[in-house]
Design a protein around this ligand. Structure first.
Ligand SMILES: *[C@@H]1O[C@H](CO)[C@@H](O)[C@H](O)[C@H]1NC(C)=O
Ligand SMILES: *[C@@H]1O[C@H](CO)[C@@H](O)[C@H](O)[C@H]1NC(C)=O
Ligand SMILES: *[C@@H]1O[C@H](CO)[C@@H](O)[C@H](O)[C@H]1NC(C)=O
Ligand SMILES: *[C@@H]1O[C@H](CO)[C@@H](O)[C@H](O)[C@H]1NC(C)=O
Length: 572
């Protein structure tokens, strides 16, 4: 058949199309596969534009350019940009107008990211539970759909001319309990696509991230269905915070890394990959925070997760709420080894890492991320088991830049690094003041990371008081001032009534000795620089039980018995 469309008419049509486009720049199309491969590894600008009600409302200052420079220099290729819109609507149904100042701020932060050639993903974040929760009894789905369309239409209009470095993600972790909820999330995905298509500009070519219920791997596998008429390049984004107990310091779980721990993660990633064999997958959030996880266990976790993600072709974007990893105020990683593992580990990378206790039945926890020495004990040589993983130790350097002498300061024997008593005597004696004395950095001839060893002098921490009356302090969190005598962190907290009953979670009797009767971080206990903290919920539990309860605060190193614990009794 002849081409009946005259060239002049074609030119006029093109002109009309360009005249309608408000975009001055050009858009280089990219496939979803290329987008997803190129964004790895990524970092989340968490608790920032997603803070409620506004940027700066939580633990982070407004975004600064310097933060993005560090992310770029550290080897990250993308920044996921969580945005909560709830408190920036200036109008209600049916228009749901979004404050133009807020749209401009989001646009400016997108430019800050892309001007550094970093990919970015803009989402609709805590709105998922603030107003778009489809699981709430009597939820007005008509309202949710209308508002969701209007929101994405306005985002699509404002950001429509952004380059192909910018992707949109429909909605963060939308609650879903049933297949019906899952179907509604599928509908929200298609409303999102229609809204950005209606907004025009470059949006029809833009990469989109679609999500399933809860954005978790299992519900997504169960209920996600791609909109039938989808024409955008698209990927699925899911999140992974598992195992819950290790990631969130629940029930005394400070150990990770056994074969069965590793197999669980591998299987979870394998299942979602097998459900979506031909869809690019992004792990858009995962974490083991340097704020609350033990470093040797944490590094094993990041090492394994990166290997498995690479094995299944899943690109990763680590979560960082501002307290987890990068200290934005001083521009330094709290634990530099973690981002090294994230940015440097491919499927083939063999990382050298400190060994540590992996057995959940253990009575104490060892970790070669530390050289611990207790006040009042003699200085002896120390042997740290190490997972060399085929690499050799090239050097050990202290915080002043002094390189340790192999042979006299330390030696390597089999799978161990042995520090001589002579060397350790230069760092501590039986009476050296408590605290972190030095940090050694290890270099290997292979692998992505330079792990560290902290030299710590410790003694049993001391609480300023040892009891209180539960009913007198109920109604709020309770700070107990503490003299930390070594590392200023809590490992776990045991809660046992004086009659021997577990205050929480009786089933933990089936766990190992380091986990039985232990309570949960944030829910029941916490700490800050000066205090250990019992939460209002923990105090209420004692009042409700009507039983005097002994809280045993446990510190690192987690050693046998009461040598590194402190007790506090809440009486009724
Ligand atoms: C549900 O939302 C729609 C659209 O905003 C609104 O017109 C309707 O009145 C709402 N229904 C109820 C029961 O509130
Ligand atoms: C896709 O199909 C749905 C259902 O028929 C429709 O509502 C929507 O507008 C379509 N989306 C696009 C982007 O064409
Ligand atoms: C898909 O995922 C579900 C939930 O994880 C799992 O039960 C199922 O076996 C997976 N399907 C395949 C083909 O792997
Ligand atoms: C720790 O305690 C357990 C039993 O409570 C005991 O079997 C083990 O030998 C102890 N370990 C050390 C190093 O003292």
């Amino acid at each position: 058949m002849q081409n009946l469309f005259p060239a002049a008419a074609f030119a006029a049509l093109l002109q009309a199309v360009y005249a309608q486009s408000p975009c001055s720049g050009t858009f280089t199309p990219i496939t979803a596969e290329d987008f997803v491969t190129s964004l790895h590894p990524g970092w989340n600008l968490g608790n920032t534009l997603d803070a409620i009600p506004d940027e700066g409302s939580w633990n982070n200052a407004p975004v600064e350019e310097g933060t993005l420079d560090i992310i770029k220099e550290s080897g990250f290729k993308s920044v996921r940009l969580p945005v909560t819109w709830t408190h920036h609507f200036t109008g209600s149904s049916p228009d749901w107008t979004v404050d133009p100042t807020w749209l401009q701020r989001v646009s400016d932060v997108v430019d800050m990211i892309t001007s550094r050639d970093l990919y970015t993903i803009v989402d609709v974040h805590h709105d998922s539970w603030e107003w778009a929760d489809v699981t709430v009894a009597g939820a007005n789905l008509t309202m949710i759909e209308e508002k969701f369309y209007r929101l994405w239409y306005q985002i699509g209009t404002k950001l429509g001319c952004k380059s192909s470095l910018v992707a949109f993600e429909s909605i963060n972790e939308p609650p879903a309990n049933t297949a019906e909820d899952g179907a509604e999330i599928n509908k929200l995905n298609s409303i999102f696509l229609r809204a950005i298509a209606d907004a025009g500009s470059f949006n029809s070519q833009r990469v989109v991230n679609l999500v399933g219920g809860g954005q978790d791997s299992i519900k997504t596998s169960q209920w996600f269905e791609a909109p039938a008429n989808i024409t955008n390049p698209w990927a699925i984004q899911f999140h992974y915070y598992s195992p819950y107990d290790f990631i969130f310091s629940a029930w005394g779980k400070t150990i990770w890394g056994s074969d069965s721990d590793k197999d669980l993660l591998t299987t979870d990633f394998e299942l979602i990959r097998n459900n979506f064999t031909d869809v690019p997958l992004i792990l858009g959030e995962y974490d083991a925070s340097s704020a609350n996880t033990e470093p040797a266990a944490r590094w094993k976790y990041f090492d394994h997760l990166q290997h498995v993600a690479a094995q299944f072709g899943i690109s990763t974007i680590m979560w960082d709420n501002g307290a987890d990893h990068l200290d934005r105020t001083i521009g330094e990683w709290r634990d530099p080894t973690t981002p090294q593992l994230v940015t440097g580990t491919t499927e083939e990378t063999a990382n050298s890492l400190p060994d540590c206790t992996e057995d959940a039945a253990a009575t104490e926890q060892s970790s070669s991320a530390y050289l611990f020495h207790r006040v009042g004990t003699q200085v002896a040589s120390q042997t740290l088991p190490y997972l060399f993983n085929g690499n050799s130790l090239v050097s050990l350097t202290d915080s002043t830049g002094t390189v340790l002498q192999s042979g006299s300061d330390y030696s390597v024997s089999g799978q161990n690094i042995i520090f001589s008593a002579t060397y350790l005597s230069t760092k501590y004696t039986a009476s050296t003041a408590v605290g972190v004395i030095d940090t050694l950095t290890l270099e290997f001839n292979g692998g992505a990371a330079s792990p560290s060893i902290e030299i710590v002098q410790w003694n049993t921490p001391v609480l300023s008081s040892t009891s209180a009356v539960a009913s007198n302090i109920a109604g709020g969190d309770y700070d107990i001032p503490i003299t930390w005598n070594g590392l200023s962190t809590l490992a776990a907290v045991k809660a046992l009534t004086t009659s021997g009953v577990y205050l929480f979670d009786d089933w933990t009797q089936w766990l190992g000795p380091l986990q039985q009767a232990r309570a949960t971080y944030n829910s029941h206990w916490n700490w800050n620089e000066e205090n250990v903290i019992l939460t209002a919920a923990a105090i209420d539990a004692v009042v409700a039980a009507g039983q005097t309860t002994v809280f045993t605060f446990e510190f690192y190193p987690r050693v046998n018995g009461t040598l590194n614990t402190a007790e506090f009794t809440l009486t009724v």
